[in-house]
Design a protein around this ligand. Structure first.
Ligand SMILES: CC(C)(COP(=O)(O)OP(=O)(O)OC[C@H]1O[C@@H](n2cnc3c(N)ncnc32)[C@H](O)[C@@H]1OP(=O)(O)O)[C@@H](O)C(=O)NCCC(=O)NCCS
Length: 152
């Protein structure tokens, strides 16, 4: 897949089944489906999907919140068969661009410390580890690494 075939757009109710499928495929303890519907209506939430323009398939999604000058990345994932083809980068670059236009000053995220793919992904975009949270995750229990990117 080439980058031009990936379109980033706002998520709609009709996308939730596809998003939920990706969540179940990619995470050991996925959210309940209703939580995705809640994100669609949340004032501070930015819920976007990556769509394959040819097949119209939803191949990834991102959810982040902006509260004044602070952005929190809550969720990002790409469907297994489309990983390592640039969809995750497109979603993260959309987030970074949104952050700039909204005058965000700091961005935070948590990641399982064993998730080497995601850590390499965030570090490529200059996120830096600033903290650890002991036993932050369940199913399985694991520490979280807290990453941040400061724009000012
Ligand atoms: C993290 C994730 C969203 C990346 O999406 P992706 O579309 O595969 O990423 P891209 O193809 O845009 O890769 C961008 C960069 O990320 C890094 N990266 C991505 N996957 C990697 C892997 N398996 N191993 C090492 N580095 C990796 C590389 O630096 C890559 O740059 P390169 O192509 O120049 O080597 C994807 O792996 C995913 O969905 N993971 C499961 C869900 C998850 O863990 N989400 C994060 C929770 S905190």
């Amino acid at each position: 897949m080439i980058n031009e075939n990936i379109h980033i757009r706002k998520a709609r109710p009709g996308d939730i089944d596809a998003v939920f499928y990706i969540k179940q495929e990619q995470f050991s303890n996925p959210w309940k489906k209703q939580l995705f519907y809640d994100e669609l209506d949340h004032d501070i939430a930015f819920f976007y999907v990556a769509e394959d323009t040819a097949s119209k398939e939803i191949i990834g999604y991102i959810i982040f919140w902006i509260i004044r000058e602070t952005l929190e990345l809550h969720d990002i994932a790409v469907i297994e068969k489309y990983k390592k083809k640039g969809a995750g980068s497109r979603l993260l670059e959309f987030m970074l661009e949104t952050a700039r236009t909204r005058q965000v000053e700091e961005m935070f995220l948590e990641v399982r410390q064993s998730n080497t793919a995601a850590i390499a992904f965030y570090e490529k975009y200059h996120f830096k580890k600033i903290d650890m949270r002991k036993d932050y995750y369940t199913g399985p229990v694991e520490d979280a690494a807290v990453y941040a990117l400061f724009l000012k």
